[in-house]
Design a protein around this ligand. Structure first.
Ligand code: BTN
Length: 241
């Protein structure tokens, strides 16, 4: 396992993008401080030093469409490994890692192409030790940290190494082999959801299943339809979950 450790970086995803060609498959990078962290759908990902940011470079990974879901599972398992008695850890589709209805980790997978080769950079931010006041102050009422939600602060280095190992393991596991595990972790299944399109549209439905390609199968007024993670955000009808 190769982990590059930096004092400060704009974004660990951007670092791997810039050095993708010379770095080998499976290389991870982390930093004490990320000054321009990126979230999904163009959001920023802020940090007060209590978050563990890291990214893993995967060159030509198999089944890249479901990678983002499998990375969510990897993080759930890594976090669980930090506890003798793990808390209940769920996934809000497609890959927000949730404890007690709060988001403790965000995942941003980005692709980089060089000719016919495609690499995926899996960027992961785990909230380890921030306090509730921090999330309130930065306008993130649905976020929480492991310390805040479990009363225990995992060792940063141990969590990092465990998470990178789990990501590399799930990256080579076919989704068919972990689909049932993914469904067990999903907090949305069997619940009403609101599907928010990038264009501002809203659609109400019930989340009923997950397709073999990772899409969320929903039942709406006009019947069943599938939702892919690209252009939409899925929320509970009454809030985040
Ligand atoms: C989300 O919006 O939920 C995804 C957040 C992903 C944040 C991580 S922190 C490490 C990596 N570097 C980034 O700039 N973003 C990801």
């Amino acid at each position: 396992m190769r982990i590059i450790e930096l004092e400060e970086v704009t974004s660990t995803n951007d670092y791997l993008k810039a050095h993708c060609e010379e770095l080998s498959d499976g290389t991870a990078v982390t930093a004490l401080v990320q000054t321009a962290g990126k979230g999904r759908r163009g959001h920023t990902w802020t940090d007060d030093g209590g978050m563990l940011p890291f990214s893993v470079l995967l060159k030509d990974p198999p089944e890249y469409e479901t990678l983002t879901a499998r990375v969510g599972l990897a993080v759930c398992n890594a976090v669980a490994e930090m506890y003798p008695e793990p808390p209940e850890i769920g996934i809000k589709w497609p890959n927000d890692v949730i404890i007690s209805s709060k988001k403790v980790c965000g995942i941003l997978c980005e692709s980089v192409c060089f000719g016919a080769r495609m690499s995926i950079i899996c960027g992961i931010g785990i909230n380890i030790s921030q306090f509730e006041e921090y999330f309130r102050a930065v306008g993130l009422p649905n976020a929480g940290s492991l310390a805040m939600l479990t009363g225990f602060t995992p060792n940063r280095r141990k969590l990092l190494e465990t998470a990178v190992r789990e990501v590399l393991s799930y990256a080579s596991t076919p989704f068919a082999e972990c689909l049932e595990e993914y469904k067990r972790r999903l907090v949305n299944l069997g619940r009403p959801v609101k599907i928010l399109g990038a264009d501002g549209s809203e659609r109400l439905a019930d989340a009923v299943d997950v397709a073999p390609n990772g899409y969320l199968i929903c039942r709406g007024e006009d019947g069943f339809f599938e939702v892919g993670s690209g252009e939409v955000s899925v929320r509970g009808v009454d809030g985040y979950i």
